[in-house]
Design a protein around this ligand. Structure first.
Ligand SMILES: [Zn+2]
Length: 280
């Protein structure tokens, strides 16, 4: 494998959407800005390559071509061609799709799962309750309201799920409600952390050995740094369940105050991604 540190990690940007800044940040401007979709690549000496989320892929366009899913695409205009897809970027760095053995999905919104079908050998980790029962048969309008596009999920996803309950629970060193996590490789290199609020079963991934004091990937639990520098909640509807979102924001704010060198990285936050080298 080339292009990645053996035990480190890398962030790739797999497409982006455009949204009004005001929609994602209180007091933000009424101007369209780009929101990159980040994918974390975590090579492991024994566990192959793991991904946190899969970003956009060109199939997002076909999967949302018809109503009602077209409304989702219209609300969040997406730019992603074949060269942006994470599978293409990995191939360019010498990583074949079959080498990706584990994928942790923060949640199942289209901007996090559109690349999933490109990795047929990977086991998939989702949070408890993320894959709602009846998802195959419920109305397309309900799916659209939840930002959920079933055509993006592999047909055999249930067979490939790696249940959180099958992973050992270990101490993360993060304290508070984040003190325990699910040990992804069984060696303390990566912990899956429940960060519910934005959606049911939303997950984060804690990489304690990366960077100056670790990297905490928080998906869409929060959308920008003000969430943990100022304790600012995302505006509705991004925060989802308010009490649980407040809890997560409180924990991240505490963590940032205690360990300022620890990099907290929301999926779509340009400043945070730049800080850990996610766009270069
Ligand atoms: Zn997202």
């Amino acid at each position: 494998m080339t292009g990645f540190p053996r035990d480190g990690f890398a962030l790739l940007i797999a497409g982006h959407c455009v949204q009004l800044e005001r929609f994602v940040r209180r007091g933000g401007a009424w101007r369209p800005i780009e929101f990159p979709s980040a994918v974390a690549v975590i090579p492991h000496p024994d566990g192959g390559v793991a991904l946190f989320d899969t970003g956009y892929a060109p199939r997002f366009h076909t999967a949302t071509a018809a109503l009602p899913y077209r409304l989702y695409a219209a609300l969040l205009p997406v730019t992603c061609d074949a060269s942006d897809a994470v599978v293409t970027q990995l191939r360019q760095r010498g990583v074949a799709p079959e080498q990706v053995r584990l994928i942790v999905l923060s949640h199942l919104h289209g901007d996090h799962v559109a690349g999933l079908r490109d990795f047929p050998e990977a086991r998939v980790v989702v949070g408890d309750g993320a894959l709602a029962s009846g998802w195959r048969t419920r109305s397309a309008w309900v799916n659209t309201r939840h930002g959920f596009v079933p055509a993006l999920l592999p047909d055999d996803i249930e067979d490939r799920l790696l249940p959180l309950a099958g992973l050992a629970v270990g101490g993360t060193g993060l304290g508070g409600r984040l003190r325990n996590g699910y040990d992804l490789f069984g060696d303390g290199a990566a912990f899956v952390l429940p960060l519910p609020g934005h959606t049911d079963g939303h997950l984060g991934l804690w990489l304690p050995r990366v960077g100056a004091d670790g990297v905490l990937l928080v998906g869409d639990a929060v959308w920008n740094e003000r969430a943990f520098t100022h304790g600012e909640l995302p505006p509705p509807p991004l925060r989802g369940d308010r009490p649980r979102c407040e809890e997560v924001v409180g924990e991240l704010t505490r963590l940032h105050a205690d360990r300022p060198e620890l990099a907290i990285v929301p999926s779509h936050c340009v400043a945070s991604l730049d800080r850990v080298g996610g766009r270069g």
